[in-house]
Design a protein. Structure first.
Lengths: 289, 415
């Protein structure tokens, strides 16, 4: 295996990692604020893909469609939160898990009814065009997806850290009761956070639309497990941890898939998952127990 | 009046006897015209849904055609009723559906898509003594286990390996090039492992060294690692088998990475000849060579008309698995017709002794007859090359409708 091919694999892994990062960021922010493990997260990615497809059929390119897709998924997710998650927030965590699994089935079913079960692709004339950086070849769509994912995730992180709403989110996350006493509308914060977390997933879907063929179960089958691995790796609820974890898993999968074979690429990330759970159960950024 | 309202005991008994005999006489008539339930086990959702939905479309069309032609005439024109069982990828899920269909009283089963599911499902059918006709799954093993209720109408994987090597040899000879090295790309499941084993066994016997045998997951997040491994091996030709979703991703990423093997790419089986895959790939699919048991351009009676009807209905050519499934339903109906019974064992016996040279299913086969293992005796392969979005037959010579392009140039040098 020559260095050129190794560098190419690493670069492609990093590109994939950027998408993983934004998916995992959405999942971790929801867990961080309301301790809900959202098993329907993959379906918000799928919704992002299919809504982009619909926009494309109406003549709107995938990148122009992204804000619309994000807004629509925000509204859908907020609706799910209000109707199904909020009433169960004070119940045992297993209830919310089961509810999100139910949501996952509902969304997959709806997608099948609306868009059909066939694989679909978003047509984009320059989807396969690429630029070269030395020995590394990267498509513009991958590069754009990577930069947008990191840009949006970075902005989100800045928002959480430095804005009033971000402080409210963190307060609601750390101590909801005290936050409520301080006048923070915790319910509203939770609703917006759930919608925003799902929107990050949808954004990943919109950015992936010109890259991946889609089918109704792609979210749960391909992206839910890596998202969970990254969230645990980067410490559950830690936004920056999810971003770093995403890039790391992407890179490891890219090189590992090349060296060990495509079939074993998930084995590598799952092995990391198990090792982290055994030796650093709070993840890379959670300190030792 | 009183007499009419209070009939004598004799009148009542006579009436009851007449009623009873009328009921007895009517029973066979009702039984004969009630629908004959046939079960279909297909991947209607999930990553193989592309193929499963096309198969379902073919099943529905075949059932409608059979019923419109008068149903099963030996059963008084009884219509066929399709009962569907759906799975995604899991064998266990398909087994549950197979059991459910059997419990619903189907007289036979047709399907599935994947070889692994067929291997398990045919054992369940054997236990229940219900015939299972397999019109798509390719594994040699399906009919090599001594099962007496299993019938397979498509060529074995080993035949695909032999034919793929012969097609490349023919193309090499025509173009004056040599393809002495290859890579095999296939999915990492039961079917893929069978492909890997057979291709690794047969290709070296045909003079083609396998440089790398690359397996990938059923639902891959990326196939760039596979492509980079092939690029590192630098083969003359790539032989591949897979499912529509993975093939679409693979070809998109081949173009993205600007990689193409020295001479060309040969895809075998239903995934590579699936018309939805070609449609999704658009110009990227051009010049791909695919080998399967039938293409609409084939010179067989009724082939073009049937494809036109299917295309009008489904929006795509009758490729991939739709053609074999459509033919399979007609073959199974011929079995019921010949058995003149809804008893599954009688249908099995009728299928075993079937020998047809005419009828709707001959749009694919010259002769329909099964050997003692349940394998269709005459199910040859055909090779086609995608040209302007259409699969044009290039092999065998007598059936070809287009001149092949070989070696197929890399992405940058295509017109």
């Amino acid at each position: 295996m020559n260095t050129e091919i190794l560098l190419q694999a690493a670069a492609l892994g990093l590109m994939q990692g950027g998408l993983y990062a934004i998916m995992a960021a959405g999942l971790t922010v929801i867990y961080g604020v309301m301790k809900v493990v959202n098993f329907a997260h993959g379906e918000f990615i799928t919704l992002g893909l299919y809504l982009t497809l619909t926009c494309a059929s109406l003549g709107l390119g995938p990148y122009a469609a992204a804000p619309i897709v994000v807004a629509v998924v925000f509204i859908i997710a907020a609706g799910f939160f209000r109707l199904m998650i909020l009433p169960s927030l004070n119940h045992p965590q297993i209830n919310q898990m089961l509810i999100t699994i139910g949501m996952s089935f509902m969304i997959i079913g709806a997608i099948q009814i609306i868009w059909g079960a066939n694989n679909r692709v978003v047509p984009l004339s320059w989807a396969r065009d690429a630029f070269e950086l030395g020995p590394v070849r990267i498509t513009y769509t991958r590069g754009l997806a990577f930069l947008t994912a990191l840009g949006v995730a970075g902005s989100f992180w800045w928002m959480l850290k430095y804005t009033r709403f971000g402080i409210a989110v963190r307060a609601a996350s750390q101590d909801p009761a005290s936050a409520r006493i301080c006048g923070i509308d915790v319910r509203r914060v939770q609703l917006v956070t759930f919608g925003a977390g799902a929107s990050l997933a949808a954004l990943a879907g919109a950015l992936m639309a010109p890259i991946f063929p889609m089918n109704p179960t792609i979210g749960v089958e391909l992206f839910l497990l890596p998202s969970f691995v990254i969230v645990v790796l980067g410490t559950m609820g830690n936004f920056a941890g999810a971003l770093i974890g995403g890039l790391l898993i992407g890179l490891v999968e890219g090189i590992g898939g090349l060296l060990l074979g495509s079939s074993l690429r998930q084995l590598i990330s799952l092995s990391i998952f198990v090792i982290i759970l055994l030796f650093m159960p709070r993840g890379l950024f959670g300190g030792r127990t | 009046m009183t007499k009419a309202l209070n009939p004598s005991r004799r009148t009542v008994l006579a009436g009851l006897a007449a009623g009873a005999s009328a009921t007895t006489l009517a029973t066979p008539l009702i039984a004969q015209t009630s629908p004959v339930k046939v079960g279909f086990v297909l991947p209607l959702t999930g990553p193989f849904a592309e193929a499963g939905q096309l198969q379902k479309e073919a099943c529905d069309m075949a059932v409608e055609d059979i019923n419109a032609a008068g149903g099963i005439k030996s059963l008084g024109g009884a219509p066929i009723e399709a009962v569907y069982g759906s799975y995604q990828t899991e064998v266990a899920e398909a087994n549950t559906e197979t059991e459910r269909l059997l419990a619903e009283g189907v007289v036979g089963l047709i399907g599935p898509y994947s070889s692994g599911v067929a291997i398990a499902g045919t054992v369940i059918a054997e236990r229940a003594k219900v015939p299972y006709l397999v019109p798509n799954a390719l594994s040699d093993e399906i009919t090599s286990r001594g099962l007496t209720y299993t019938f397979k109408t498509v060529p074995h994987v080993s035949q695909f390996a032999i034919d793929a090597a012969d097609v490349v040899a023919m193309l090499d000879a025509k173009a004056g090039v040599t393809s002495s090295t290859c890579c095999v790309i296939r999915v990492d499941d039961f079917f893929g492992n069978v492909v890997g084993t057979q291709f690794e066994r047969i290709l070296p016997e045909k003079g083609c060294t396998v440089l790398d045998d690359l397996a990938h997951p059923q639902s891959p997040t990326t196939l760039e690692d596979v492509i980079l491994r092939v690029k590192a091996a630098d083969p003359d030709v790539v032989f591949a088998a897979g499912e529509p979703a993975a093939i679409t991703l693979l070809f998109q990423q081949l173009k993205e990475l600007d990689y193409w093997p020295k001479n060309g790419w040969v895809g075998v089986g239903g995934g590579y000849s699936n018309s939805v895959t070609h449609k999704n790939l658009g110009p990227i699919a051009e010049e791909l060579i695919c080998i399967n048991d039938w293409f609409p351009g084939i010179n067989r009676p009724g082939a073009a008309e049937l494809n036109a009807r299917f295309k009008e209905r489904a929006g795509v050519d009758m490729l991939g698995n739709a053609n074999t499934t459509y033919a399979g339903v007609w073959i199974f109906a011929a079995g019921i017709e010949s058995a003149a019974s809804t008893d599954p064992t009688a249908i099995r016996d009728a299928l075993s002794s079937l020998d047809l040279t005419e009828g709707p299913a001959t749009f694919m086969y010259e002769r329909i007859a099964f050997d003692p293992s349940g394998m269709m005796q005459n199910s040859p392969n055909v090779a086609a090359q995608i040209k302007d979005g259409t699969a044009s037959v290039i092999w065998p010579g007598g059936m070809s409708s287009a001149e092949p392009l070989w070696p197929v140039p890399g992405w940058a040098n295509r017109g």
